[in-house]
Design a protein around this ligand. Structure first.
Ligand SMILES: Cc1ncc(COP(=O)(O)O)c(C=O)c1O
Length: 354
């Protein structure tokens, strides 16, 4: 299909289709029963991810939600407190699993940009007192989805590492899009992974895989994580057909992630020129672009026009529209979206600039 007729789907980097090359890798994958650790392709992926992140071990799981739940389970007992920013996915979009299934208490802190400071955390850490829950874990997300794909720097993570060490707490990172953080900051994945007790990453987001996330940590963590995965019903059998996608993505898709960041920046630049003052376009740091609006009516009106033009985006709240660039946005897709919007504006002459 030509670019002019293509639907440009910026709803999420989870909407990607496995490419022909990835499907071929799936078809060729050697498989075995992974619950018995006999799937050579899963074993290979787990080894490669551990090496890439400079940690002892990793484990393949079906989803980022399960990876984070296991991350919390590894560090917390029932009644323990987990501290994170309000927009963190583990609090806002994982169905309260930590509370429902693990019995932990979430203590959520606010920040203007999605990134809490160690000082904020220090203020809420509980004293050792028979009346109080134990403040056990800090969860950081990187990049921060609901803050517009913001990058947390290695230095920021290091400061949390120091604090959690000092207070005998633990640090877990939801690194669903750690790939994007690493590309944008220039800090290797292993530098990030060296500053946390455990982290998760998703193969099913910018990496273009249909399924799969990883839990990463030291040998003892991952051994125990295998028990939790089984308990949660995440023990898969011939999962090598899925792990093959991860291996393919590390080789072929990781090196192209910067293109997604470039297209997000192009979109931001164009939208700022086109949208009227009921909209504020946030500067993207990675592949996520937020457009803030003055009202729900504006959000609905804008999305309706975009959909008519074959441009899809997601409303994340009444006044926030999210656009995400990814491997299935064709080269030139951002420029094409802007071209359509500009054409629409000139054909409406004098109408509203959306
Ligand atoms: C930051 C972040 N963490 C975790 C997840 C959960 O991943 P999954 O949808 O695979 O459960 C998502 C999903 O969008 C996410 O954006």
């Amino acid at each position: 299909m030509s670019l002019e007729n293509a639907v440009l789907d910026f709803r999420s980097d989870t909407f990607t289709q496995p490419s022909p090359g990835m499907r071929e890798a799936m078809a060729r994958a050697e498989v075995g029963d992974d619950v018995f650790r006999e799937d050579p392709t899963v074993n290979k992926l787990e080894e490669q991810i551990a090496a890439l992140f400079g940690r002892e071990a990793s484990m393949f799981v079906p989803s980022g939600t399960m990876a984070n739940l296991i991350g919390i389970a590894l560090h917390c007992r029932r009644g323990d407190e987990v501290i994170m920013e309000r927009r963190t996915h583990s609090f806002s979009h994982e169905v309260g699993g930590g509370a429902a299934l693990l019995g932990v208490l979430f203590n959520v802190l606010d920040s203007p940009d999605g990134i809490i400071t160690p000082e904020q955390v220090r203020h809420v850490i509980r004293p050792t007192d028979v009346h109080e829950p134990v403040s056990r874990l800090v969860v950081l997300e990187n990049t921060i989805n609901l803050a517009g794909g913001r990058v947390v720097s290695v230095e920021q993570v290091r400061a949390f590492h120091a604090l959690t060490r000092e207070r005998e707490m633990r640090l877990h990172m939801d690194g669903a899009r750690i790939w994007n953080a690493s590309v944008a900051s220039g800090s290797p994945l292993a530098e990030y992974a060296g500053e946390v007790d455990t982290l998760s990453c998703c193969l099913s987001k910018g990496m273009g895989c249909p399924v799969g996330s990883m839990v990463i940590g030291d040998d003892a963590h991952i051994e125990r994580a295998r028990w939790y995965r089984k308990m949660l019903g995440g023990g898969m059998r011939q999962a090598g057909v899925l792990a093959a996608c991860g291996l393919y993505a590390i080789e072929h898709n990781l090196p192209r992630l910067r293109d997604d960041h470039t297209q997000a920046a192009e979109l931001a630049h164009g939208l700022r020129r086109i949208l009227d003052d009921r909209h504020r376009v946030q500067e993207p740091e990675t592949n996520i672009l937020m457009v803030h609006t003055d009202s729900q009516a504006t959000t609905e009106e804008t999305l309706t026009v975009w959909y008519r033009l074959g441009i899809m985006a997601l409303p994340l709240s009444d006044t926030m529209i999210r656009l995400v660039t990814h491997i299935d946005v064709p080269p030139g897709g951002a420029a094409e979206a802007i071209r359509r919007l500009e054409k629409n504006r000139s054909s409406r002459r004098g109408g509203k600039n959306m």
